[in-house]
Design a protein around this ligand. Structure first.
Ligand code: PLP
Length: 494
């Protein structure tokens, strides 16, 4: 059965996008590789003068049977030789091409790998989708704002969200309106109520920005059933869904406190590829029938942040303005990165890449378990504190009822934010850094404002701290959380 085409959402574009004319120079760049054309049309340096003849790289070899961090030697070593002019492997991008201008959408060998990966991970329901390479999700998000939003436009975001993404929007004069969340992410009923009661005469949100998996900062993951509801609401109120998913492949089993049970589960948990694929959360992309979802993926958390490489998956129609924008901004992601990553992934193959992702899942599960064990060991087990074991990502949070602080009324004037700031100062003094939830609050409102009911907070005295288990050794992590636990114990005992 052939799939339908995506819808046209160009009426949601920003003035900038509508005004952008294609760069005339880009209309002839494809002729650069035409052997019948003597190309005198652009300022392209001759690749003879690129001072790299080849790259020799050593990487680990699938199936990574001793773990993804095992030394790269013996049968765990894979050597790649990427040259200036030749393809040593069919997925290679010769340096003469990757280091040249052109191909703003990304190099074909990399894009083909990503298209096959997309078919394997997502269940696409419209025909004309594609991928476009980016310099990571920071770049992809900034481009998204410019493609869709004007100064004064409104976007929706989780009530606590990644502060850099919020700041990028706010710097462009875009209003970020918070949507309530709980332990399963965005609450669809609240989202619908906000939009059903939207104040007339104020611009309706053009898009929702969400981090569905291993959310930053809360560590929560959006329940699959809720994604269907949110998609329905997006159709009803006609906005775009942007899923920013750098942590998508850091999904794990639920945390189990009993170590014996956990060990048993771990012994049974050597997932086969098909089981792994079936275990992954459903994506907005897989629900999308119209092309109203824009998905941002990144290699930052699964390979390395300094690769500055990611990709957008969306309808071809929606990718067009990104391509035009990128031709005038980043031009293309780094050629070195594209050559190295295409060389690596195409040698690993789709299956080898799944092995890598499975290895990551294993490592992060251990780290998560270690962090949550330590929190249960050291944070006082009272109603004041809630430990939230995540099922994905790099972050854990500890929620605290600020009103339970003995000096809540007397010293802190019944202000939970003042307690949070005080605890932050104390935790740093104790020699560990976790960051206060206040740093991630989504703030913003229209003029005239939205009804008070849209901003209701059911737990006004609740504060939280975010930490990561990604960055330090298990021993350091445990010591850090011991310091956190001791500080909380001291502060909250009367
Ligand atoms: C939600 C979210 N989006 C984007 C980024 C940045 O990703 P990238 O390195 O791909 O720009 C981060 C990194 O911390 C993040 O947490």
């Amino acid at each position: 059965m052939s799939l339908p085409e995506s819808k046209d959402f160009s009426y949601l574009y920003s003035d900038e996008t509508k005004a952008r004319k294609p760069s005339p120079l880009k209309t002839c760049i494809h002729l650069f590789s035409d052997p019948n054309i003597i190309f005198l049309g652009g300022g392209l340096p001759l690749s003879d003068y690129f001072p790299w003849e080849d790259l020799e790289v050593n990487s680990p070899m699938p199936p990574f049977k001793n773990g993804i961090g095992a030394p790269i030697e013996g049968d765990n070593a894979m050597q790649s030789h990427i040259t200036k002019l030749q393809k040593m492997h069919e997925g290679d991008i010769p340096l003469a091409r990757s280091l040249q201008y052109g191909l703003s959408q990304g190099q074909p060998e990399l894009l083909n790998f990503l298209r096959d990966h997309t078919r394997m991970i997502h269940d696409m329901h419209y025909a004309d989708w594609d991928v476009l390479a980016t310099a990571g999700n920071t770049n992809a998000w900034e481009s998204t704002l410019r493609v869709f939003c004007n100064r004064g436009d409104v976007i929706l975001a989780e009530a606590h969200s990644f502060s850099s993404s919020l700041a990028a929007a706010q710097a462009q004069g875009i209003i970020t309106f918070p949507v309530p969340i709980d332990a399963d992410g965005i609450i669809p009923e609240k989202l619908e109520a906000i939009l059903d009661n939207w104040t007339e005469g104020t611009p309706k949100p053009k898009l929702i920005y969400t981090i569905p998996t291993g959310q930053n900062p809360t560590g929560t993951s959006l329940a699959d059933e809720r994604k269907h509801e949110i998609y329905r609401i997006a159709q009803k109120h006609d906005f775009i869904i942007v899923e920013d998913e750098p942590y998508y492949f850091l999904q794990m089993e639920k945390y189990v406190r009993d170590k014996a049970v956990r060990q048993k589960q771990a012994d049974n948990a050597k997932l086969q590829h098909d089981e792994f694929l079936a275990s992954l959360a459903r994506t907005f992309l897989s629900i999308d029938t119209e092309g109203r979802v824009i998905r941002l993926d990144s290699f930052s958390k699964v390979l390395a942040p300094g690769t500055r490489l990611g990709w957008i998956t969306a309808s071809k129609k929606l990718l067009k303005p990104y391509l035009s924008l990128h031709e005038m901004t980043i031009q293309a992601p780094s050629g070195f990165s594209q050559s190295l990553i295409s060389g690596l992934l195409n040698r690993w193959g789709q299956k080898g890449y799944l092995d890598w992702l499975l290895g990551l899942r294993h490592e992060y599960t251990l780290k998560r378990d270690n962090a949550i064990d330590a929190l249960y060991d050291f944070v006082p087990q009272t109603k004041t504190f809630t430990i939230n074991p995540p099922i994905a990502g790099m972050f854990f949070t500890v929620n605290i009822d600020a009103a339970a602080h003995p000096q809540f009324k007397t010293v802190y004037n019944s202000d939970p934010a003042a307690v949070e700031q005080h605890l932050y100062e104390e935790v740093v003094k104790s020699g560990v850094l976790v960051v206060p939830g206040a740093w991630f609050i989504t703030e913003g409102d229209t003029t005239p404002t939205q009804p008070a009911s849209s901003k209701e907070n059911n737990a006004p005295n609740e504060i939280f701290f975010r930490g990561t288990y990604a960055a330090v050794s298990p021993e350091k992590l445990r010591e850090g959380l011991k310091r956190l636990g001791e500080m909380l114990q001291k502060e909250f005992s009367a």
